[in-house]
Design a protein around this ligand. Structure first.
Ligand SMILES: *Cc1c(COP(=O)(O)O)cnc(C)c1O
Length: 390
């Protein structure tokens, strides 16, 4: 198995974790070829997750843009309200198969922690979630959701008390507990084999898009659009089409308050190459190599790194990446709600903005697919407090 995507990826971890990563890689290699594992995962995807999710032709949004036909891949209809389901079920089933009874995870805004707690509950496993103290204070309802589903939440008080400190604590825990513990990483980043494994579990998004669009239109799309935080819903959307040279790919990053400010998370657009969470990739760092705090109105995009495969796809120009500001995303959040009756996650609203902008420039016989990574219910308070809609 290749540990890198070009120069990106790798395993930048303490020595004590190397055997655990090797065990994970070989177990995953076996699992993905084992019909019994794939059947069990498929069963949870269908009967518990509600897959497949619809590929919906957005007629009114298309008319609004006046260009290419726009289809929406409805990951917001997945159990738990987002694509995170695809990854946590895959990894939790792998953990169970490996005989580990305890799942640990880091979480920023709490969305990945909530998804991990859900997977642990349904499989009868223990979940312990590391979360920065400041994030715990900001995300009371997600902390409650995790506890409600039986997970334990560790408040991290070291460093800046945010996601990157929670990541450090989770790695520390894992180094001391690899015997019985599985580290369930939340996006297509981290040390090898996580970026590959998470991408594979999320690729169900792109595989379904391909089949559904063949039925609807008899062909592949001209453009795929997805938002990029760590990059898992985007790589899951893109990957099954990488060999289709006529399919363009566009990732929408959070430009926050603007790329010329300190308040954004546009890792690929303006970041530099470095190492974060055991993996070499583009990231936001200062001149001393210290990781900078990321900002976005969308909590799931607020990550200072990005999955290594995206860094590679950017360099070889197979995919393009653009920044979408908080304000632009809020505009699309309201627009999609009013034009299609679909309230997207603020993260997904970034993709909607970028997708609409491109569709308007394309011809009416072309097709754009935008992945709606999650539903917006979790963001209602944020948007309400901003007074965007009277
Ligand atoms: C977590 C999250 C994201 C960002 O994660 P990726 O790994 O970049 O996909 C995007 N949208 C939603 C709804 C999320 O919950």
């Amino acid at each position: 198995m290749n540990t890198r995507f070009g120069e990106y990826g790798g395993q930048y971890v303490p020595e004590v974790l190397v055997p655990a990563l090797m065990e994970l890689e070989s177990e995953y290699q076996r699992a993905k070829k084992d019909p019994a594992f794939l059947k069990e995962l498929d069963g949870y995807n269908v009967n518990y997750g509600g897959r497949e999710t619809p590929l919906y032709f957005a007629r009114r949004l298309t008319e609004r843009c006046g260009g290419a036909k726009i289809y929406l891949k409805r990951e917001d209809l997945c159990h738990g309200g987002a694509h995170k389901f695809n990854n946590v079920m895959g990894q939790a089933l792998l953990a169970k198969r490996m005989g580990k009874e305890r799942l640990i995870a880091e979480t920023g805004a709490g969305q990945h922690g909530t998804a991990t707690a859900m997977a642990a509950a349904v499989l009868g496993m223990k979940a312990e979630i590391y979360m920065g103290e400041k994030d715990v204070a900001r995300q009371r309802m997600n902390v409650f959701r995790m506890k409600l589903m039986g997970a334990k939440v560790h408040e991290v008080r070291s460093g800046s008390k945010l996601l990157k400190d929670a990541i450090n604590e989770a790695f520390r825990d894992w180094a001391a507990s690899v015997e019985n513990t599985y580290y369930l990483l939340g996006t297509a980043a981290g040390p090898h084999p996580y970026p590959t494994m998470v991408r594979d579990f999320q690729s169900i998004i792109g595989r379904e898009i391909r089949q559904q669009l063949i039925v609807a239109e008899g062909r592949t799309p001209d453009l795929l659009v997805a938002c990029v935080g760590g990059g898992s819903n985007a790589i899951g959307t893109f990957h099954p089409f990488l060999d289709d040279r006529n399919v363009r790919m566009l990732g929408a990053e959070a430009a926050g308050e603007g790329l010329d400010t300190e308040h954004h998370s546009a890792t690929l657009t303006v970041g530099e190459v470095g190492v974060l969470q055991g993996c070499k990739s583009y990231l936001l760092q200062d001149e001393n190599g210290m990781i900078k705090e990321a900002h976005s109105v969308a909590p799931g995009l607020d990550y200072p790194g990005v999955g290594p495969e995206h860094s590679f796809l950017k360099d070889i120009k197979r995919a393009e990446y653009v920044g979408v500001t908080d304000k632009e995303a809020l505009g699309s959040f309201v627009l999609l709600s009013q034009v299609e009756g679909i309230i997207p996650a603020l993260e997904s609203a970034h993709a909607v903005h970028a997708g609409m902008r491109e569709a308007a420039k394309m011809s009416k016989d072309q097709i754009v697919v935008i992945t709606i990574s999650g539903r917006g219910d979790k963001d209602l308070e944020t948007v309400f407090d901003m007074g965007v809609v009277q």
